[in-house]
Design a protein around this ligand. Structure first.
Ligand SMILES: Cc1ncc(C[n+]2csc(CCOP(=O)(O)OP(=O)(O)O)c2C)c(N)n1
Ligand SMILES: [Mg+2]
Length: 279
């Protein structure tokens, strides 16, 4: 079992990866990648049943993960590489022509660990619901995890998936939302208010769990609670801060989709401990 100290060390390295990748690509999405780092680190290193060396695109026989908020590709690529899906050195190719690490996850390049392309917001949760139903129908007892953004939850298709999953009692679907309160254009409340997101999911027939997305004990408890087969799909609302770990990016939506320059990158890296070695 991975300890909370180990998870925190991995998360620090993942945050360094994100800064270095986005900075060398000179574009990309650091803000939401940093807000969802602790949750994805816990998921990939302490929660999901997965075996990178035996992974196949069908995800058969393993838990599956879908990044519905596809712009969070940097954190996704880092946790995949650090889990052993592909060489960590490949992180340096983010957004380069011909790279397997496109700006948004793509399956055509054959990057291990990615079973679904995403980036057009709202679609991933529908696909995850279908994948979870498929696992149930084929007798695969594994779960499907899906990360949504709170700004992404302003998309209508999210709620269509919500109705579908509740109707079909897809209880092996564990969705979670990075509730950082911000999106590309500012506060989610000022763009299209989500009001009480927990009440909304409850009214759609989902089990709702709320947790602190920067506290590993709270994150692990939430995933454990979400593991029960009670006939309901699960939505965990992880309360987070955009840009977490880097002081000048924290709670600032300017960093939703902008790369730090060299000096900003050095400042950011000086605030994040190197724990597993840079790529
Ligand atoms: C269908 C669709 N509409 C618009 C966009 C452009 N877009 C990319 S990210 C984003 C905001 C997403 O907000 P959130 O999910 O909260 O992510 P965060 O800013 O927290 O990283 C938007 C509008 C898109 N990718 N897909
Ligand atoms: Mg957001």
């Amino acid at each position: 079992m991975v300890s909370i100290e180990e998870l925190s060390a991995i998360a620090s390295q993942v945050r360094r990866d994100i800064i270095r990748m986005v900075s060398s690509a000179a574009c990309g999405h650091p803000g939401g990648s940093l807000s969802s780092t602790d949750v994805l680190t816990a998921l990939f290193f302490a929660v999901m049943e997965h075996n990178p060396s035996e992974w196949k695109i069908s995800t058969e026989g393993q838990d599956a993960f879908v990044l519905s908020a596809g712009h969070l590709a940097p954190v996704y690529y880092s946790v995949l590489a650090r889990s052993g899906y592909f060489p960590v050195s490949e992180l340096g190719t983010l957004r380069q022509l011909g790279s397997r690490l496109q700006g948004h996850p793509s399956v055509s390049e054959g990057l291990p660990g990615i079973s679904l392309p995403s980036g057009s917001l709202g679609q991933g949760l529908s696909a995850a619901a279908g994948m979870a139903l498929g696992k149930r129908l084929s007798g695969d007892p594994h779960k499907v995890y899906c990360l949504c953004g709170d700004g992404e939850s302003e998309e209508g298709q999210i709620w269509e998936a919500g109705m579908f999953a509740a109707h079909h009692k897809i209880d092996n679907l564990i969705a979670f939302t990075d509730v950082n309160g911000l999106q590309i254009d500012g506060a989610t409340d000022s763009v299209t208010a989500l009001s009480d997101l927990g009440e909304k999911w409850l009214s759609f027939g989902w089990e709702v769990i709320e947790a602190d997305g920067h506290d590993f004990a709270s994150i692990l408890d939430a995933f454990k609670l979400a593991g029960s087969a009670n006939g309901k799909p699960k939505m965990i609302l992880f309360h987070t801060h955009m840009g977490q770990g880097v002081d000048f990016m924290t709670d600032n939506c300017e960093w939703h989709g902008k790369a730090p320059n060299q000096q900003q990158s050095e400042t950011a890296l000086s605030q994040l401990k190197e724990t597993l070695g840079d790529y």
